[in-house]
Write a protein that binds this ligand. Structure first.
Ligand code: UDP
Length: 479
């Protein structure tokens, strides 16, 4: 077993857990000893809805460990109550993590000491603990580089009086995020910068992130060079050692094809890491639809909307005349509604050309030939998955990094429309008509070019493939 023992520690959310498991598998395949530390709640859901245990049982150099998130089992951990998750992490997870590291408990289980910690970028405490026990940290940033850059610029934004700001005058240009001066407005900054003061938990977390991330040995990001070169050039001035190993989900497949490992026979794909049960029948429904005709709608694993907003989106889809697939995750529509409140026009159109599912295998959906557009909340994983498949986007960002991502989609990469801060049925219908008809050629051209670059980046000569090898070499050399 390798003496390089990497401890991966994601935040308890679908996107970061998904990416972390993909990274874990890549590191296992390259012979490193890997432990993934998930909260007990996340681990339970993974066991319930995926085959991760079977998948990872193929690696004798891999282990799952769990840690408490400080909340009772029956706590909903819903978006509305996410602040309690943060508090639980602060009060319970942080001290327990410290105790685990200091007592060397991971070495007892894996028979070799942890030599590198790879925590989520928002876990500042992990760097302090790792420093204390003398182990290097490489942060894993699961947000986009453009969002990370707005986090690292937060002290500068505050000093310049640009943050915080109230909900008014959202079109004021932002000057303190180098490289974005000509297109970034207040409304494009992370959602939590729209606040009255800096003392709330999330702003403190970002402030800590801005001071801690540059101190780490390196930073791993789920992107590829060509996509984010304009921002990476600035990020590298603050964090010189960045590993761009995205798109992670295609890098895995490519690595298996380039350098088949002994496990390949039984293990062709890195499988699902979904925390909800996937409705796979939507794929056969998609098979019945014409090429590039369906609008796929999802707001990811955490975002929520009001019933009114949901109905506006639904009306917009129906009025566009296009077939549509909507993910309506349990709990994602606040307060929900009775079936008899749904207007007849929506019910009829959905029967005729719609499909509503609670959760779908999104990577496969986006790769399906019938998908013509993605109405998305602009989470970073969803954005990358759409870029890989060359699917134009209609962005309806809600919080965290989503506002920045959607601005880059429309202004930098020019692969979609940013509907930011509106969810009106007329605007949605027009946006659908634009991406599927009026401006279709323009969007498809840029989306295809980016998709080709994404595919190139994970080939043997590609930047992400090379960065993964550099990461593995560095993890071995610091161990
Ligand atoms: N996802 C999925 N099925 C769904 C909706 C989303 O598998 O029905 C996955 C999607 O592929 C992505 C993740 O959930 O990998 C969502 O991550 P993202 O960063 O886009 O948004 P977040 O959930 O963190 O807001």
């Amino acid at each position: 077993m390798s003496k390089t023992h990497v401890l991966l520690f994601p935040i308890p959310m679908q996107g970061p857990v998904n990416c972390t498991l993909k990274l874990a598998e890549l590191l296992c395949l390259n012979g490193l000893t890997v432990t993934v530390l998930n909260t007990e709640h996340i681990h339970r859901n993974l066991l319930r809805h995926t085959n991760v245990l079977t998948r990872f049982s193929r690696y004798d150099n891999f282990r799952f460990e769990t840690i408490s998130d400080g909340l009772p089992d029956d706590h909903p951990r819903s978006t509305e109550r996410f602040v309690e998750v943060f508090e639980g992490m602060k009060n319970v997870t942080e001290p327990v993590f410290k105790e685990m590291m200091v007592s060397g408990c991971f070495s007892k289980i894996s028979k070799c000491p942890v030599t590198v910690v790879i925590p989520d970028g928002s876990y500042s405490f992990a760097l302090d603990v790792a420093d204390e026990v003398g182990v290097p940290v490489v942060y894993f940033e699961t947000v986009s580089p453009c969002a990370l850059w707005t986090y690292l610029c937060l002290p500068k934004l505050i000093e310049a009086g640009e943050v915080p700001f109230s909900g008014n005058d959202l079109d004021v240009p932002v000057k303190s995020v180098p490289g974005t001066e000509h297109f970034l407005r207040r409304r494009d900054l992370p959602g939590f910068y729209r606040c009255d003061n800096l003392t709330n938990h999330i702003m403190q977390t970002i402030m800590n992130e801005a001071t801690h991330v540059p101190r780490a040995h390196g930073v791993i990001i789920n992107t590829f060079e060509v996509l984010d070169e304009s921002i990476l050039v600035h990020l590298r001035k603050v964090c010189p050692n960045i590993y761009c190993i995205g798109p992670l989900h295609t890098l895995f497949k490519s690595c298996m094809a380039i350098e088949p490992k002994p496990v390949t026979q039984m293990h062709k794909s890195n499988g699902s890491n979904s925390l909800w049960e996937e409705n796979r029948s939507c794929l056969s429904w998609l098979d019945t639809k014409p090429a590039k005709s369906v609008i796929y709608v999802s707001i990811g694993s955490l975002a929520i909307m009001t019933v009114d907003q949901f109905f506006e989106i639904w009306h917009g889809l129906v009025n566009s005349g296009k077939p549509f697939l909507i993910v309506k995750r349990p709990g994602s529509v606040i307060g929900d509604y009775d079936d008899n409140q749904v207007p007849k026009v929506l019910v009829d159109a959905t029967k005729e050309r719609g499909f509503i599912a609670k959760w779908v295998p999104q990577e496969e959906v986006l790769a399906h030939s019938s998908i013509g557009g993605f109405l998305t909340h602009s989470g970073w994983n969803s954005t990358m998955e759409s870029i890989v498949e060359g699917v134009p986007m209609i962005c309806w960002p809600l919080y965290v990094d989503q506002q920045v991502n959607s601005r880059f989609v429309s202004e930098v990469w020019k692969i979609g429309i940013d509907m930011k801060d509106t969810s009106d049925r007329v605007i949605i219908e027009k946006a659908i008509n634009d991406i599927t008809n009026v401006r279709r050629n323009e969007f498809i051209k840029s989306a295809n070019t980016l998709a080709e670059s994404a595919a190139q980046s994970v080939t043997k000569d590609g930047s992400s493939f090379k960065d993964l090898n550099r990461l593995i070499k560095d993890l071995n050399s610091v161990s």
